[in-house]
Ligand binder design. Sequence first.
Ligand code: SAM
Length: 204
Amino acid sequence: MWDEEFDWSRGGEEWTVSPAWWESILDATVRRVARPGQAVLEIGPGAGRFTAELLGARPRRLVLLDLSPKCLEMCRERFAPAEAVLEFVLGDGAGVPLDESETFDLIFSFDVFVHVERPEVMSYFTDFARLLVPGGHGVVHYASIDRTPEGLDPRSGWRADLRSTDMREILAANGLELVDDIYDPQISHANSSIAIFRRPEVTG
Ligand SMILES: C[S@@+](CC[C@H](N)C(=O)[O-])C[C@H]1O[C@@H](n2cnc3c(N)ncnc32)[C@H](O)[C@@H]1O
């Protein structure tokens, strides 16, 4: 669908609710964890709405993974001036096809995992645990249909059948630590949340 049916002529900006919403999302996500010199992995960049912000934080390396060749091509063209730090990976939608020689300080994804079902989320997070450096952070916007306000269809917005309790189980099963689980209908839509997690530092 993202490759052939979706009309990308607005670059995904139609999902930006308002300038104030955008600022609050950036405060809660990119500005909170992106720092100069990081190796960063973004899952599902689309037309690069968040990629531009991640690049603005001056990473040493930014890998874009998508299951849509078209999205990767749009980003390659849009961010051509930053080609020295960018890499493009075509995925199968269920994981990160990179080995452990490729580690990341930050893994970021917005408006992607809200549509991904539990088995594929589990498989991605197993890869995140493998590829994050100790102390490295992840920011993932995910479906939390248990947090739907009354009167709204929990699956509205094509939300996956995933709950905040699933996210906690998936993090724990992969040895990842939940740092924050942001639910605010004003900033993350009414039936989704933002998990901020990290791979614990090695101790002892
Ligand atoms: C709704 S768009 C969001 C794009 C961008 N993150 C944004 O916020 O503007 C979803 C993006 O995720 C990609 N995508 C969807 N499912 C995916 C999966 N399972 N693995 C990797 N990418 C996926 C789509 O191809 C598309 O680029």
